[in-house]
Design a protein around this ligand. Structure first.
Ligand code: TYM
Length: 334
């Protein structure tokens, strides 16, 4: 294995959207040749909010199918389902003895998800960032490709690793670095440019799914919220107009094109002209992935086999690392 190790996870808590793809999955694919990479479909994270059991199983397969259809290799990388590797929850307990309550209280995602009724939120939702730290630290990952929304959780993982190393006078854990794709680190909702595109938004029109048909994509982009002005003339102007800025970011990410060049080519044109080209650009990314995903989803046995092979490989690493850790903390003989 290369000594640069990537770990990242995606929750099967809803359908995968363009934000997940542009913010995270494209980076998984791009880095797979230069890092040893481990990717997990984190179903244990998904149950921090209620899930339908049949749907959860199906969505886990869907995430795998989208990974493979996006060009992620299951032979070059390890791809597995979190619940098939029990060392994640074992390490999570150990790390929960290191993490401080004050650190968890600062997590903004918990505050957003728990809302006003905090007392009624599950304990799992609250301690979720510790399980996420365990996911990463279990494999001694050096780099974690994620969208911007996970940055705070990653900082917590680094704090936990540092405190653990200090408490046990060791350098057992590596402090992981985030890998964030600047141009697509935060894809926003198509209905509200101040909110991120999310699996849990109640409006289907807020996100483009990686399995949407071409018609659906055209419809969603046509309906996407914008102001009533013409296309911006400069980067400064674009950045002051939330919704249009988001659409420009999506366009640039889909076409791998520089933003200044894009702004120059649409300057002062009607937004409807840009929207048509944007829909086509999204389709050029989504259509091949969606077609391949649907093909892969016809063969559950194949997908389940890929996941169980991945879990076997993940366990080879996780068991070794966990037993070294058990020796370090006095659970087994050194
Ligand atoms: P999740 O499942 O919400 O999202 C998966 C990945 O997609 C990124 N992402 C976005 N990027 C850009 N724009 C958006 N609108 C957008 N929405 C989501 C996320 O940042 C993420 O990279 N806690 C994680 C899953 C996880 C994990 C881990 C990640 C569990 N253990 C260990 C990294 C390492 C989550 O809920 O991601």
């Amino acid at each position: 294995m290369s000594n640069k190790i990537i770990f990242s996870g995606v929750q099967p808590s809803g359908e995968i959207h363009l934000g997940n793809y542009l913010g995270a999955i494209t980076q998984f694919v791009k880095n797979q040749d230069s890092y040893s990479s481990i990717f997990s479909i984190v179903d244990l994270h998904a149950i921090t909010l209620p899930q339908d059991p049949d749907l959860l199983l199906q969505r886990s397969r869907e995430v795998l199918a989208i990974f493979l259809a996006s060009g992620l290799s299951h032979t070059k990388n390890i791809i597995f389902k979190q619940s098939e590797v029990p060392e994640h929850t074992q390490l999570s307990w150990i790390l929960s003895c290191t993490a401080r309550i004050g650190w968890l209280n600062r997590m903004t995602q918990f505050k957003d998800k728990a809302g006003k009724n905090r007392e009624n939120a599950s304990v799992g939702l609250y301690t979720y960032p510790i399980l996420m730290a365990a996911d990463i630290l279990l494999y001694k990952a050096t780099h974690v490709p994620v969208g911007d929304d996970q940055k705070q959780h990653l900082e917590l993982a680094r704090d936990i690793a540092h405190k653990f190393n200090t408490d046990y006078k060791s350098n057992f854990f590596i402090l992981p670095e985030p890998l964030i794709n600047k141009s697509s680190m935060r894809i926003m909702s198509l209905r509200d440019g101040s909110k991120k595109m999310s699996k849990s938004d109640i409006s289907d029109y807020s996100r483009v799914l990686m399995t949407d048909s071409n018609d659906e994509i055209h419809k969603k982009i046509k309906k996407a919220k914008t102001d009533s002005m013409k296309m911006p003339d400069s980067l400064e102007e674009a950045e002051s107009r939330l919704e249009i800025n988001n659409l420009l970011n999506i366009y640039c990410a889909c076409r791998n094109q520089d933003k200044k060049t894009t702004i120059a080519s649409y300057a002062s044109k009607e937004i409807s002209v840009f929207k048509k080209d944007l829909a086509e650009s999204i389709i050029s990314v989504v259509e091949p992935i969606s077609m391949e995903t649907n093909k892969l989803l016809d063969d559950h046995n194949y997908l389940d086999k890929v996941l169980s092979e991945g879990a076997l490989n993940a366990r080879k690493i996780s068991r070794k690392n966990l037993s070294e850790l058990y020796a370090l903390i006095g659970m087994i003989k050194r």
